[in-house]
Design a protein around this ligand. Structure first.
Ligand SMILES: Cc1cc2nc3c(=O)[nH]c(=O)nc-3n(C[C@H](O)[C@H](O)[C@H](O)COP(=O)(O)OP(=O)(O)OC[C@H]3O[C@@H](n4cnc5c(N)ncnc54)[C@H](O)[C@@H]3O)c2cc1C
Ligand SMILES: NC(=O)c1ccc[n+]([C@@H]2O[C@H](COP(=O)([O-])OP(=O)(O)OC[C@H]3O[C@@H](n4cnc5c(N)ncnc54)[C@H](O)[C@@H]3O)[C@@H](O)[C@H]2O)c1
Length: 481
């Protein structure tokens, strides 16, 4: 058994772990990076990058499909599934290659291969070959897709999102279970590439949306294109020759059996905490076994243990993993001096079409923290000038502002250019702009942002007429803090 002593041990060499390792080293400490799986990060290998590559191919196919609406007739369209998947894997490998190169450049003595688990508050066992004694530890072990055992028992054609990016060709049919971000992004992309796709949702949820009006609009807009079965339960998944038989029950109680090449489970991801023996780490855990931690310092209680990225299940997104890793690594380096790091205004984007974005304080959290003290403005993109010009006039934007201060709080939307509008509005929320100050900004013509201005004008008007008694909002629930 090898024994290593270090100042900081980082568990997991994903986006959060790499960022933590660099920050710990930058504070002048000896840090080691422990990785059990392949190098390359979830984002580059099986997450952000390959999914956006698949979506880009789908967008190219879709542009040809909608071209006749402009009087442009592209003729026969042929989707070469082998070429589509070849590009996805080739470009994905290129992105992974950059990450692996960076890891290879790290000092060999700082890298430990194997899965770590706690054997005490300051000791880790890596597989059965190394003991690590670390003064401070960063947990950055990411998350794993959830596939219920009873579905997985039907065989290898029940898959999670990782498997999609290993395909060498497009299948004939896929049932997608779950209308979260992964289900919608991959389901719509495969549909646009000619795969027969049905999406199954237990309820009516759509991606990260909480605002009931945007949610209802998004459901209707996406259903125009996609075969989405809302309020449908999965009764069973069984092998059926070389395919799968999926039995579902709709809200009226009717059961239906359909056959697919694959069933893609997109029902969420589970934080990788269970193999870590956190019970031996001397820190407090919540009922799901996730350490309790401070969102500004990433510190678990008052211990020298920090946590960053998907593993804490706060906001499982790449920019969050990178930011949280940096804060955790820096504070691990400077412990016992621990300081709050930069937590930005929350921003989420689903790369569906229309895109979906939420930013700042979401509707759900505002209803809890600002009940009765915020107003809502809205715009529908149905008749918005530029959106209509582009034949992308679908969706809506709802913006939230605080009575009294007139501050812009957040927004939820489905609509054209949401990835850009989301950034614009998130920057305004983080800069703590008032709705009036936002309306003083330039707006060109004809642009989708004129739709944003319509929503802000609507909000400004409503903010001028507060209810007779406005309660005080919860002071700790301000977006960006
Ligand atoms: C299909 C898909 C699409 C996505 N698209 C986007 C997107 O468009 N935009 C966006 O912002 N986010 C997106 N995400 C989310 C984003 O990929 C993740 O939030 C981010 O990659 C998480 O980084 P992480 O460092 O926390 O985890 P990871 O990158 O998974 O790193 C964790 C590492 O820890 C290792 N590990 C686990 N346990 C141990 C152990 N005991 N010992 C040693 N090592 C261990 C793992 O092998 C892994 O390498 C997407 C995710 C998926 C699945
Ligand atoms: N564009 C992006 O930023 C992007 C893209 C993909 C993934 N991600 C990240 O990955 C995370 C995981 O994505 P996801 O889509 O797997 O999870 P999710 O939590 O976003 O959605 C899961 C969906 O599955 C449903 N569901 C849960 N259990 C179910 C069951 N037993 N049967 C049927 N439906 C069930 C839920 O109601 C929900 O709609 C996201 O939260 C997001 O942070 C981000």
């Amino acid at each position: 058994m090898k024994e290593i002593r270090c100042d900081v041990a980082v568990i997991g060499a994903g986006s959060a772990g790499l960022s933590a390792y660099r920050a710990a080293r930058a504070s002048g400490k000896h840090a080691v990076l422990i990785e059990g799986g392949p190098y390359g990060t979830t984002c580059a290998r099986v997450g952000c990058m390959p999914s956006k590559l698949l979506i880009s191919a789908a967008e190219a196919a879709h542009a040809l499909k909608v071209a006749p609406g402009f009087g442009v007739h592209p003729g026969t369209v042929c989707i070469d599934g082998t070429a589509v998947m070849d590009r996805v894997r080739r470009e994905r490998d290129r992105f992974v290659g950059f990450v692996v190169e960076n890891v290879e450049e790290l000092p060999a003595g700082d890298k430990i291969r194997g899965y770590a688990r706690f054997t005490g508050p300051d000791t880790l066992q890596v597989d059965e070959h190394t003991t690590v004694r670390a003064e401070r530890i960063v947990i950055a072990t990411g998350s794993t897709p959830i596939v219920p055992e009873e579905w997985a028992a039907a065989g290898p054609r029940v898959i999670n999102s990782d498997a999609v990016f290993e395909w060498t060709d497009l299948p004939e049919s896929v049932a997608v279970i779950g209308t979260g971000v992964i289900g919608l992004e991959l389901g719509q992309a495969l549909h646009r590439l000619g795969v027969r796709v049905a999406l199954y949702a237990r309820g009516t949820s759509i991606a990260q949306l909480a605002d009931p009006e945007v949610l209802a609009n998004a459901g209707a807009v996406l259903k125009e294109e996609l075969d989405i079965r809302f309020r449908t339960q999965i009764v069973s998944v069984k092998a059926d020759g070389s395919r799968l038989a999926l039995v579902t029950r709709d809200s009226g109680g009717d059961e239906r059996t359909e056959r697919y090449d694959y069933v893609l489970a997109a029902i969420g991801r589970r934080p990788n905490v269970h193999a870590l023996r956190l019970d031996l780490a001397g820190i407090e855990l919540d009922r799901r076994g996730i350490p309790l931690y401070d969102k500004h310092t990433m510190q678990c209680g008052t211990s020298p243990i920090f946590i960053a990225g998907d593993v804490n299940d706060e906001l499982p997104l790449l920019p969050e993993a990178a930011d949280q890793g940096k804060i955790a690594g820096h504070n691990a380096g400077t412990f016992p001096l621990v300081t709050p790091g930069l937590r930005r205004t929350p921003l989420t984007i689903a790369f569906t079409e229309p895109q979906i974005a939420t930013l700042g304080a979401g509707y759900g959290s505002l209803c809890r923290s600002h009940e009765g003290c915020f107003a809502v403005g809205m715009v529908s993109f149905a008749n918005q000038g530029r959106s209509r010009v582009m034949l992308q006039n679908r969706g809506m934007l709802r913006v939230y502002g605080e009575y009294g201060s007139g501050r812009f709080l957040g927004a939820e939307m489905i609509g054209p250019r949401a990835e850009h509008i989301g950034h614009l509005l998130a920057w305004a929320a983080q800069a703590k702009l008032t709705v009036a100050a936002m309306l003083d900004m330039p707006f060109y013509h004809p642009v989708v942002e004129e739709g944003v201005r319509t929503a802000l004008r609507d909000l400004a008007e409503r903010l001028r007429h507060p209810p007779p008694e406005v309660p005080q909002p919860c002071p700790d629930c301000t977006p960006g803090t």
